[in-house]
Design a protein around this ligand. Structure first.
Ligand code: UN1
Length: 489
């Protein structure tokens, strides 16, 4: 079995604890590799290396940094099939989506490599003669990137790519469920020519490695994607050190089907949105809000299509839904299903884990649909699994009211043929991302990604906004008048 250490200053080293942990295939239970369990001391060591490397990396011309990132993208492209399989084996999403995860990483790295030739500042006239004003973007220094397991290539690349092009050096802590994808990504950046010390990988549990990153005074910025509870903890601890923090947290994404919708199209969207990645996307459709006039038609079609979904080993290309990512996830999801039952939601299909034979080795849950009432916990809390709550509404106003009445605001969707309704929804739905006639998942990398309310703190990853997270603006005044000129006086 492969063993990995921590990657610090360009070398694979043992952790100070000498302890290890394993990563397993959630479909089969097979152990994939063993990893070093990092400690606070290891994080400090990584920060020392990153601090030193920063001195050189920040002087490296940004277009040259872009070339390394582009090279990493091309290695990912050459190895897409194999890496897609790795995602599927370690995280459990079906193989087409495993490759999609890698493709999203490629897309973003290609996109952000070009930012090396932009990193635009602004120029503006001065209020005084013979004086010039502009802004430039500068890197922050050593930054911490803490990433989730659900997109083990795409989401890390959003963060690492943007941090690197901006000239920062990185302490990278991947989720403990997907360290093999992370280590492979680090190897790829190294192969692409990234000098030592710039990207340091410290694997290990959030309580030790995560906390050490959050509390290390020399890590000036943090980028975190994960649960809302952890996000709150990170934000408050980092606040004491006045760190710059980007948070991408929970969601409860609604998909509205209006009475004039193309119902067949909408049902395809719901199926992909709710059960793609076994519902383990920040963007997953977790609430289906249906106009009463099409309710029966929607439910009939939805049940029929959901019952036809095949759950199983995600490497089998005929499978629609793979396992959820580990026992903890499975327990949490099953617990929510139980909560739904107890609070009186009507279980329309699914609701169980798959048992017997090969199923016992993995963590499979049937696609589950509840007919629910707005306000139940299953309609308000993030479940992060293949569980959909359906809510019947009387019309547009109520649909929007229900859609917005949650603490989160990442993604939303409306199916309607009416252009006015579509534009009203674009205006009215309180989310950072909205889709018209498409499900809540599937954002493209050259547009900003992020949410409002408790989904985060308003920062946007990906797109042209990606670099904001990782740069400081410096304001420059150049006075060539040869005399002291006093602004405002
Ligand atoms: C996530 O779930 O954290 O929009 C990211 C999507 C993907 C990214 C999801 N492109 O569904």
């Amino acid at each position: 079995m492969k063993e990995y250490g921590l990657h610090i200053n360009g070398e694979w080293i043992e952790s100070a604890s000498r302890e290890t942990f394993e990563t397993k295939n959630p479909a089969t239970g097979e152990t994939l590799a063993r990893f070093a369990r990092g400690t606070k001391e290891d994080v400090s060591k990584a920060v020392d290396a990153a601090e030193k490397a920063f001195l050189e990396w920040k002087q490296y011309p940004a277009p040259k940094r872009g070339e390394i990132i582009l090279k990493a993208a091309s290695i990912l492209r050459d190895r897409k099939e194999e890496l897609g399989e790795l995602v599927t084996k370690e995280m459990g999403k079906v193989i087409a989506e495993g490759k999609g995860d890698v493709q999203e990483a490629i897309d973003f790295l290609e996109y952000i490599s070009g930012e090396g030739r932009r990193l635009f500042g602004e120029t503006t006239p001065s209020e005084l003669p013979n004086k010039f004003c502009m802004t430039i973007r500068q890197p922050i220094g050593v930054v911490g990137c803490i990433t989730p397991w659900n997109f083990p290539f795409a989401v890390p690349c959003w963060k690492l790519g943007a941090a690197l092009i901006s000239g920062n050096t990185i302490i990278y802590k991947p989720a403990t469920l997907t360290p093999l994808c992370a280590a492979t990504l680090v190897e790829i950046f190294e192969e692409a020519g990234l000098p030592p010390g710039i990207l340091n990988l410290v694997t290990g549990p959030p309580e030790t490695v995560g906390t050490a990153i959050v509390e290390h005074p020399k890590i000036r910025a943090l980028s975190f994607t994960g649960g809302v509870r952890a996000g709150r903890e990170i934000y408050s601890r980092a606040a004491r050190l006045l760190k710059k923090v980007t948070l991408e947290l929970g969601s409860k994404n609604p998909l509205i089907v209006m009475d004039d919708a193309d119902v067949d199209l909408a049902m395809e969207g719901v199926l992909f949105g709710a059960f793609g990645t076994a519902g383990q996307r920040c963007t997953a459709t977790s609430r289906l809000i249906v106009h009463e006039r099409v309710y029966n038609e929607v439910m009939g079609k939805l049940m029929e299509k959901t019952k036809a979904l095949k759950v199983g080993n995600p490497l089998d290309s005929s499978v629609d839904i793979g396992p959820v990512c580990g026992e903890e996830q499975q327990t949490k999801i099953l617990n929510y299903i139980e909560i739904g039952r107890k609070e009186g939601a009507k279980l329309l299909c699914g609701g169980r884990k798959l048992i017997g034979g090969e199923n016992d080795k993995g963590f499979f849950i049937e696609p589950t649909i509840f007919e629910a009432t707005h306000g139940m916990r299953i309609t308000k809390e993030e479940i992060f699994g293949p569980v959909l709550s359906v809510l019947k509404v009387q019309g547009y106003e109520q649909a929007v009211e229900v859609a917005n009445d949650v603490e989160y605001g990442l993604s939303s969707s409306i199916y309607t043929q009416d252009i006015s309704t579509a534009y009203r929804a674009i205006n009215d739905l309180e989310t950072g991302i909205i889709y018209v006639n498409a499900p809540t998942i599937g954002a493209e990398v050259h547009l900003p990604f992020g949410g409002v309310k408790n989904t985060g703190n308003g920062a946007r990853e990906a797109g042209p906004t990606a670099i904001e997270e990782f740069t400081e603006i410096k304001t420059v005044f150049i006075d060539y008048s040869g005399k002291l000129q006093k602004a405002q006086i």
